[in-house]
Ligand binder design. Structure first.
Ligand SMILES: *Cc1c(COP(=O)(O)O)cnc(C)c1O
Length: 385
């Protein structure tokens, strides 16, 4: 049981479904992240898209992290929340003119540019307001992240980044873009990566590309290796804090630093996933032909990851300690994919039991929707209950 009896009693009084965030765990995670990154002089930007709730951002801000944004509104929110503009990076294949202008006006650290045409547009907008924009080239390293194909981003068949074969042309063009300054190279190969050898492959690929730039006498100030470190959804209690040490050690060991160059990361999921829980009540228990259905009051509108990426989240009954039975745990939405888990053993369940869906701090609440005219899901924090 992850929650104290006292906390459970409080949960009973709150209207479900809701998200609960353990800020103590978030802080412990950030402590270890900082310990392992600072001593190696690695710079970490928090990927806001994983969870942009005010309290979460404020907590993360307290640890001095930078911000990784993928929209103009995220850039605005990062600035408004107190992230230093000189620590904000902005990625995304489809930045609009307004978003680009917003970010230039905030004088952010760096645009991670994803195509030659985007470079042209940023240069044009920057010159129209008499500014210079710092850019990093997002290079598609053609590495398979061995994760779900919907969250694989570093293969040539994916829409992200500039292919290595285009580099000569891009550099050639860059000389004519007077309002752009090339300061870095950016990579982000996917999310929920648990096969860590992939990051070693990434280091080796970056080293090769660095040689190309050295051969062309182009100095690169920083390398941004992206994010993607996975978390343990199967056994959250045994792995509440991801192994940042092993992750950073791989880069320490295999990434060949060029003198004067800094190494950056953009981490989202690994920071916030485990501190979030989706709390829900059982509406009905229905006997099926081969299985029994537990119908929760939370569904894909509160947590879409199972429906969208066939993602697994551990589901626990917080109210019952009865005999184990086999259930499919589903939501109330009119879609068959609105299923959290199938054929799971749970204690005998009845209407009104409180359930928790674990590890939902990342890409949970931020992806919630109003489909079926559902009420916007609420959130509560450990420091206020
Ligand atoms: C989503 C994203 C991240 C964060 O990925 P995680 O898997 O949550 O660490 C980092 N960089 C870019 C460019 C992203 O799109």
């Amino acid at each position: 049981m992850i929650f104290s009896k006292e906390l459970l009693n409080k949960f009973e009084l709150i209207e479900t479904p809701f998200y609960f965030y353990d800020l103590g765990l978030l802080k412990k995670t950030l402590d270890i992240l900082n310990r392992e990154s600072v001593k190696r002089k690695f710079k970490v930007h928090y990927a806001l898209k994983a969870n942009s709730n005010n309290k979460i951002l404020k907590t993360i801000l307290g640890y001095g992290l930078g911000a990784d944004c993928v929209s103009g509104n995220e850039v605005e929110l990062a600035v408004k929340s107190g992230f230093k503009n000189t620590q904000i990076v902005f990625a995304g294949v489809g930045k609009t003119d307004i978003e680009i202008k917003t970010a230039i006006n905030h004088k952010i650290f760096c645009f991670n540019v994803e195509s030659l045409q985007e470079m042209e547009v940023i240069n044009l907008i920057a010159s129209s307001i008499d500014q210079t924009a710092n850019i990093a080239l997002r290079i598609n390293p053609n590495i398979n992240a061995n994760t779900h194909h919907y969250i694989t981003t570093g293969l040539e068949e994916n829409k992200f980044g500039i292919n290595a074969s285009e580099l000569a042309q891009v550099i050639d063009k860059l000389n004519s873009f007077k309002n752009l300054k090339l300061i870095g190279l950016h990579f982000h190969i996917g999310s929920q990566i648990t096969y860590l050898n992939v990051f070693k492959e990434l280091c080796i690929r970056i080293n090769e590309l660095q040689k190309w730039f050295a051969d062309h006498h182009i100095h690169i100030d920083h390398i941004n290796a992206g994010g993607g470190l996975g978390v343990n959804y199967e056994k959250p209690d045994e792995n509440l804090i991801p192994n940042f040490k092993i992750f950073f050690e791989i880069f320490e060991k295999f990434f060949e630093t060029v003198p004067g160059q800094s190494l950056h990361f953009e981490i989202g999921r690994a920071i916030v996933a485990q501190c979030g829980s989706l709390i829900s009540k059982v509406l009905y228990v229905k006997e099926g032909v081969n299985t029994n259905f537990v119908i929760l009051d939370a569904g894909m509108t509160e947590l879409i990851r199972p429906a969208l990426y066939q993602a697994y989240h551990k589901v626990e009954n917080l109210s019952s300690s009865g005999q184990q039975k086999k259930y499919d745990v589903v939501g109330p939405i009119c879609e068959t994919s609105d299923t959290f888990v199938k054929s799971v053993q749970l204690p005998e369940t009845k209407r009104g039991d409180l359930f928790v869906i674990r590890s939902t701090g990342a890409y949970g609440e931020v992806m919630s929707s109003g489909y079926n005219l559902r009420t916007k899901v609420k959130s509560y924090y450990s420091d206020e209950l």
